[in-house]
Design a protein around this ligand. Structure first.
Ligand code: SF4
Length: 471
């Protein structure tokens, strides 16, 4: 049984006017209401996911306000995803802790399941990055943004997996969210930028222990060891531990704090992989390929070579919709050649952009002194604002294109994109400068390191520049 922490007030720690502290306590005290909201979201999610599969595909006269499938597409890809990314950078992972239907389902099932211990292989830190890469590739192969069946397959499959993991492992826990969710890695990175977090005060914790207070247990569903918690990466901001031992509270912080002062304490190579090869590589390729003239040129060149060689079956062979896009009624069918080239394009962009970025980060690391892997990974963390802004703008372009197809034009899109990319680049540069200050006091070395990281950022900016302004 889960017992909520007994509220303990510490006047010197909690100024009466601290609105954030009060908000944290409010979350803790309203878990029942939060659960009700979660089930409403679950219901909404299930309807949006399943109903469109049984409806005919919308034709070109369908609008999002006249056709349920178009509406569901717009909600999932035009509103939900961009807003979840934005909210995570603004208020941490409150989406995960308060609204996410998958989190709610896995925790609910976990309370009624086998309650086994989490197996060791599941705690491998590479899973979120691998899962992100696989779902990104598979989503593009099956045109997840356009059709309801792949949406059901991928999102519904993920929800089903979350329920199964919940049934097997943990008791009232979110083992799935903590170790396997394909977007938990991305959310964890963006949460580092949030100006809100649950702050732990070690002296107050110790003081509470010395005073002999024995508070009730708190169920931290995503298994965060909150006594030693120093950042917002894994915290789902559910509020259950608010005021625990009088030492935890929701508090403001500088959006730079975690990256500069916390992220370097433990090297996280898989986070570097996700930033550099995932968000600044694979994601760029995923948004680019459908408008890329390079993709078209490669396809033409390869098709000509195949025809010359008398091998035409890759130009004609198709696959079921769950492997490659196959909607003849919409004249939208991928051949085997399309599929292979699509995967090759995304992987090439990921590897090329990632390799260039890694090289620049390595030069930056070396500029600061002797080679130290921890320093390299810490510098990579400085790229999170730019990596996150790019993915947000990529998803936001789906919002724009869906509204555009319904005759709605959003104003200020071009200046908004430019402003966001410039600000994110500047922010990453500023973080990099602050991080270099931890490793060298010599301005020359620091400037050189920032210069190399700046070159890495130019690579990513160029990818978005091509997509948004040139192609
Ligand atoms: S540390 Fe755990 S219990 Fe506390 S707010 Fe975060 S997710 Fe909730």
């Amino acid at each position: 049984m889960t017992i909520r922490a007994a509220p303990q007030r510490h006047a010197q720690f909690v100024p009466a006017h601290d609105i954030w502290q009060r908000l944290g306590d409010w979350l803790r005290d309203h878990q029942g209401s939060i659960r009700t909201v979660q089930w409403i979201v679950v219901l909404f999610y299930v309807v949006l996911l399943i109903v469109p599969v049984f409806l005919p595909l919308p034709d070109h006269t369908a609008y999002l306000w006249t056709n349920f499938t178009r509406f569901a597409q717009f909600v999932f890809w035009g509103v939900w995803w961009p807003l979840v990314l934005l909210s995570t950078a603004l208020v941490g992972r409150m989406w995960c802790g308060i609204l996410c239907p998958e989190g709610a389902i896995t925790e609910f099932v976990s309370g009624r399941g086998r309650g086994r211990a989490t197996p060791r292989w599941m705690t491998w830190p590479g899973w979120p990055t691998i899962a992100f890469a696989c779902t990104t590739l598979y989503g593009q192969m099956t045109s997840i943004y356009q059709y309801p069946r792949p949406t059901l397959l991928i999102l519904g499959g993920s929800t089903l997996a979350a329920a199964v993991i919940g049934y097997l492992y943990g008791r009232n826990k979110r083992v799935w969210c903590r170790y396997l969710c394909p977007v938990s890695g991305v959310f964890g990175l963006l949460a580092k930028l949030a100006p809100l977090h649950f702050r732990v005060d070690p002296p107050l914790w110790q003081q509470s222990q010395l005073s002999g207070i024995k508070p009730g247990a708190v169920n931290c569903a995503p298994l965060v060891p909150f006594r030693t918690m120093r950042g917002a990466t894994d915290c789902h901001m559910c509020g259950r531990c608010s005021d625990f031992r009088g030492a935890i509270r929701l508090a403001r912080r500088s959006p730079n704090h975690e990256i500069v002062h916390v992220a370097g304490s433990v090297a996280k190579p898989w986070e570097t992989m996700l930033i550099v090869f995932g968000l600044m590589g694979l994601a760029v390729g995923a948004f680019q390929w459908s408008v890329s003239p390079w993709f078209v040129a490669a396809k033409l060149w390869l098709a000509e070579r195949l025809v010359e060689s008398g091998v035409t079956w890759p130009l004609e062979a198709t696959a079921p919709w769950w492997l490659l896009t196959n909607y003849p009624q919409r004249s939208d069918v991928m051949t085997l050649l399309d599929g292979v080239l699509l995967v090759a394009y995304m992987l090439t962009i990921a590897l090329a952009c990632g390799a260039l970025t890694v090289s620049m980060l390595a030069f930056a690391t070396r500029s600061l002194g002797s080679w130290q892997p921890a320093r390299f990974h810490h510098l990579a963390q400085a790229l999170i604002p730019l990596a996150g802004a790019g993915v947000f703008l990529g998803l936001f372009s789906l919002t724009i294109s869906q509204l555009h197809s319904d005759g709605i034009e959003l104003p200020f899109v071009i200046p908004l994109r430019a402003t966001m990319l410039v600000l994110a680049t500047f922010w990453s540069g500023m973080l990099c400068w602050q991080v270099t200050g931890l490793y060298s006091w010599q301005p020359g070395r620091r400037v050189l390191a920032v210069f190399f990281v700046g070159l890495a950022m130019i690579v990513t900016d160029a990818g978005w520049l091509l997509l948004f302004w040139i192609w």
